[in-house]
Design a binder for this molecule. Structure first.
Ligand SMILES: Cc1cc2nc3c(=O)[nH]c(=O)nc-3n(C[C@H](O)[C@H](O)[C@H](O)COP(=O)(O)OP(=O)(O)OC[C@H]3O[C@@H](n4cnc5c(N)ncnc54)[C@H](O)[C@@H]3O)c2cc1C
Length: 388
């Protein structure tokens, strides 16, 4: 074998897989089709403090744009719910630097990293994956390995090549567009803002993620609409004077799979990590932490497979079961909540926001809330119950 493992894709999921495997002593090749890891950015760049800490990633100013102290939620009539926190609970990242940092950590741990190198197919023998076909400029070559990790994101093809059905249909993803706006005014440049409701973003939400005192990612995701995400975003910005005066420093477009996690994520000699396994949260669209976390889980199971010399689907299934236990159930819960929220009218959302107004998030007594929800639509009662 040329390598123990080939990781396809150097996003957060791929780099964490490659790094953890290399730390365990495996020989790893990580390939990335783009010329530079982290570019172009396709992300709102928000992530949690607790997740990075748990994964042992030390925050550094080169990839932390802003510390975040909670959120403001706005309902369609402008009712504001204060969910700020005393301590920082999140970061707005510079993802181009963050992803590169993770790639560098993988390389420093001993993984071989090749950029501008595209996986174009799998090498299989008797139904088992034995390697990858790669292309670097005009140079096409094969690399043999025991396990291929498909960390190739939403457009990933490793799963399909291996016979794992991970295609995301258009109706199953939100269509997102984001402007990085500079020269704007924000009420508080260290609080995330979310705007809910069909008026602003049917099937999704608007986010304002501050990256500095007068810079923020302003974006939205929508689903099943006649007008494009861009039309909705331009309209939202035009309606908000503090944003309308900003200049657009960068534009991000991309899809987020919101149909919930995969039922199958492993095959003989292959497994999927991150967006390619739909580890992204269907409610929030957040996928950075889950991709990284599942990458470490994948590396653990691959390490055991290398020790046992067993790369069968049955052996690798342990990874599938592990991530379902650790993140899958949470993703299913998010999916149920998303489906409930999608059914709420703007009027319902306004009522709910008024009910929550004046409460600090940590102070909301869910049990008390559930006892008075009868005044709200049945879906809201269901929503509260789902939080219990
Ligand atoms: C508009 C938008 C906003 C978002 N906002 C947030 C947010 O604020 N917070 C959050 O947590 N999540 C957010 N997400 C989701 C988040 O970006 C993803 O969940 C996360 O990047 C998943 O990481 P990954 O490693 O699985 O995949 P990716 O980051 O997509 O990495 C996959 C990599 O594989 C490479 N690749 C693909 N095919 C091949 C191939 N054949 N050969 C070689 N390389 C290949 C790609 O070039 C890419 O670099 C957002 C997504 C979008 C679209």
């Amino acid at each position: 074998m040329d390598y123990d493992v080939v990781v396809v894709g150097a996003g957060p999921g791929g780099s964490m897989t490659a790094r953890t495997l290399a730390q365990e002593g495996a020989s790893v090749l990580m390939v990335e089709k783009r010329p530079e890891i982290g570019m172009p950015v396709r992300c709102g760049e928000g992530t949690g403090v607790a997740g990075l800490k748990e994964l042992g990633i030390t925050p550094h100013p080169k990839f932390i744009a802003q510390e975040i102290y909670g959120d403001y939620l706005y309902s369609p009539d402008g009712t504001k719910v204060d969910m700020r926190t005393e301590e920082p609970n999140g970061y707005c990242l510079e993802r181009r630097m963050f992803d590169k940092h993770l790639g560098i950590l993988a390389a420093k741990a001993g993984a071989v990293v090749r950029t501008r190198t595209t996986a174009t197919g799998l090498i299989t023998e008797n139904g088992t994956v034995k390697g990858v076909k790669l292309r670097h400029f005009d140079d096409e070559y094969d690399v043999k390995c025991n396990v291929v990790v498909g960390a190739d994101g939403i457009e990933g093809r490793v799963g399909r090549w291996a016979g794992i059905s991970n295609r995301t249909k258009l109706g199953e993803m939100t269509s997102n567009v984001q402007f990085e706006l500079v020269g704007i005014e924000m009420e508080e440049p260290n609080v995330l803002e979310f705007y809910l409701g069909g008026k602003y973003a049917p099937g999704g939400y608007v986010w304002i993620f501050p990256k500095g005192p007068d810079v923020a990612n302003v974006g939205l995701g929508i689903r099943k609409t006649k007008e494009t995400a861009l039309v909705y975003l331009k309209r939202f910005i035009a309606e908000h004077e503090n944003l309308a005066r900003g200049s657009v420093a960068s534009i991000v477009v991309g899809g987020v799979p919101v149909q919930g996690p995969l039922e199958e994520s492993v095959g003989n000699g292959v497994l999927l990590v991150g967006d390619s396994a739909r580890h992204v949260d269907p409610l929030t669209g957040g996928g950075i932490y889950n991709a990284m976390h599942c990458g470490t889980l994948a590396a653990g199971v691959i390490g055991e497979a290398l020790a046992a010399g067993n790369f069968s689907k049955e052996f690798l299934q342990k990874y599938h079961e592990l991530w379902w236990k650790e993140v899958g159930e949470g993703l299913m819960r998010s999916l149920r909540v998303k489906e409930i929220i999608e059914k709420l009218s703007d009027d319902d959302l306004n009522k709910i926001a008024k009910f929550m107004q004046g409460m600090k998030f940590g102070e909301i007594d869910i049990k008390e809330a559930s006892s008075i929800v009868t005044q709200f639509p049945p879906e809201f009662a269901e929503f509260v119950q789902s939080l219990l």
